[in-house]
Design a protein around this ligand. Structure first.
Ligand SMILES: NC(=O)C1=CN([C@@H]2O[C@H](COP(=O)(O)OP(=O)(O)OC[C@H]3O[C@@H](n4cnc5c(N)ncnc54)[C@H](OP(=O)(O)O)[C@@H]3O)[C@@H](O)[C@H]2O)C=CC1
Ligand SMILES: O=C1O[C@H](COP(=O)(O)O)[C@@H](O)[C@H](O)[C@H]1O
Length: 490
């Protein structure tokens, strides 16, 4: 069991408290950390949204949400009651010129405490909320602000959001959240690489033929269709989560785990990504959209069906990209990024495919081996090696698998990546949050893809729900003589 340092009393203010994210992720994560005694009854959770609710009514809604989204912890009703006591609710339209910030000022009456504002609203509100906090003298030297994704839809809008918030908060008080960095499996990349010299020695183009980073989901767009249809898979998943995973995987060793050392190294990876020209986009990027199909033997509709409209959409629900990192370590290794909704399986994983032997003394040649780092649905590792095929009367080699499941090995499960990130923001540890220059470097790399798609009117390739994406996705690897992981298994 991990040792937990209890945090000093703090004030955590959530703007957007009646929303989906707060109810489904943030408050459940706080309940679990309260259960783990990471903080005490002296902490305060101040919840803000426009809807006119009494604190009692809001607590009732929260109780219902916790029973649904943190059922295993919420069944301890004494604990749940004590947790709900930490919560208060303030109705406030953060954009209204005549909005009354007095109740929030009255609530936040201990300026020496650590104070965190978590902006779980549409990003257009980030600048105005920070301006209003400043006008209302609610920003103390101990205050931090957490920004949810998306930070913009392109470089210009990201810069505007960053400027808007940056007028009122110094960069070291701005915590841009990317929940993939809160995942144990993603953080484990640091341990795996920098605590195991045996692996770090292999971590380059010398030994690694290609790298796959996959975030496949079986779910469709659900209730978030109006957001998603404006966003698409490239902005929703690649610009942030997949590029962050790529950075953690490909960066050089940081001097320490401090926020800036880590983020300086990640930034170098983003800046070293081969820029995309329109021709390269045509050859190296696939955009798809799911049509009707079957998942787990259930019929599911197309993306248009899920949006509930009759007119077709031009938004991609799948993207696959082949790219290179222009560094001495990685220059000769293609990196394939892939994400999509309504795919064959929920699977977030990284595959490092090792290079083949230059000469073999055996009569048969199994696959050259690979390291698979599983992030979801279960965290774990699997190292595929060659071994003697047991038996007499000949000598053949075949692949064998060394596997580790985190759950079995460590006997502990963290339910959600928000658990770590929320409390890191309170502790003032920015290492797992995104710095402004990283966001902007990501957009700088993504934007030519978006522009090229728009200008060349790149077609959307359909893929049946329940598949691994459009047929051309295989060809992306075949060009390098490679196969996606699932094709190696069949
Ligand atoms: N939901 C998710 O899974 C994820 C969400 N995000 C991001 O988190 C943010 C919130 O998402 P989500 O919870 O889904 O959105 P919702 O639309 O469910 O919630 C938005 C919240 O903002 C509040 N709000 C809107 N306008 C104002 C205002 N003028 N003043 C005060 N409060 C206001 C709404 O409450 P009311 O109407 O009562 O004012 C509501 O509580 C978005 O930026 C989203 O992109 C990121 C990753 C995942
Ligand atoms: O940020 C987002 O992530 C989820 C996928 O997260 P995961 O932790 O389940 O892998 C995705 O469904 C959503 O569209 C996106 O906004």
């Amino acid at each position: 069991m991990a040792h937990i340092n209890q945090i000093d009393p703090f004030d955590f203010v959530i703007f957007g408290a009646t929303g989906d994210l707060t109810m489904r992720k943030l408050l459940p994560a706080f309940l679990r950390r309260f259960h783990a005694q990471e903080f005490t009854e002296e902490a305060r959770l101040v919840c803000v949204a426009r809807t006119a609710l009494t604190p009692e009514k809001f607590r009732q809604q929260t109780r219902n949400a916790l029973k649904e989204f943190a059922a295993e912890t919420a069944k301890d009703t004494a604990l749940l009651d004590r947790f709900l006591e930490l919560i208060t609710y303030i109705p406030l339209d953060a954009l209204a010129p005549d909005g009354d910030w007095g109740p929030l000022q009255a609530e936040l009456n201990e300026p020496s405490r650590t104070r965190v504002y978590y902006l779980a609203t549409a990003p257009a509100l980030y600048g105005p909320i920070c301006a209003a906090l400043s006008r209302s003298a609610l920003i103390t030297p101990q205050t931090r602000v957490v920004l949810e994704k998306p930070i913009g839809v392109d470089l210009k809008s990201a810069t505007e959001i960053n400027d808007g918030v940056g007028q009122f908060f110094p960069e070291d008080a701005i915590y841009r959240i990317d929940h993939y960095l809160g995942k144990e499996g993603v953080q484990n990349l640091l341990a795996l690489r920098f605590a195991n010299p045996i692996l770090e020695k292999l971590w380059s183009s010398d030994a690694i033929a290609h790298v796959e980073i996959t975030a496949a989901e079986t779910v469709g767009v659900g209730t978030r269709g109006s957001y998603y249809d404006e966003s698409g898979a490239l902005r929703d998943m690649v610009q942030n989560h997949l590029l962050q995973v790529l950075c953690m995987l490909a960066m050089d060793a940081p001097a320490s785990l401090s926020g800036d050392d880590l983020r300086n190294e990640k930034l170098k990876v983003l800046n070293a990504l081969r820029p995309m020209t329109p021709d390269m986009v045509r050859q190296n990027v696939i955009r798809g959209q799911y049509s009707a199909g079957r998942i787990d033997d259930q019929k599911v509709g197309s993306y248009t069906d899920d949006l509930g409209r009759d007119r077709a959409s031009n938004t991609e629900t799948f993207v696959a990209i082949r790219t290179k990192i222009r560094t001495a370590r990685w220059g000769n290794t293609p990196f394939y990024l892939r994400t999509g909704k309504r795919m064959a399986a929920k699977s977030t994983e990284i595959v490092l495919q090792f290079r083949p032997q230059v000469w073999s003394i055996f009569s048969n040649t199994p696959s050259p081996g690979r390291l698979v780092i599983r992030i979801a649905p279960e965290e774990g590792l699997s190292l595929v090696l060659a071994a003697k095929d047991p038996g007499v009367g000949g000598f053949r080699v075949r692949n064998a698998d060394l596997s580790m499941s985190n759950r079995q090995q460590f006997k502990v499960t963290y339910h959600d990546s928000y658990e770590r990130l929320l409390l890191d923001a309170v502790r003032g540890n920015p290492a797992l949050f995104i710095r402004r220059d990283e966001v902007e470097a990501s957009w700088r790399w993504i934007e030519p893809i978006l522009t090229s798609w728009r200008e060349a009117q790149s077609p959307l390739e359909p893929y049946p729900a329940g598949s691994w994406g459009p047929a051309s996705t295989r060809a992306l690897l075949a060009r390098d003589g490679a196969l996606w992981h699932e094709d190696m298994l069949t």
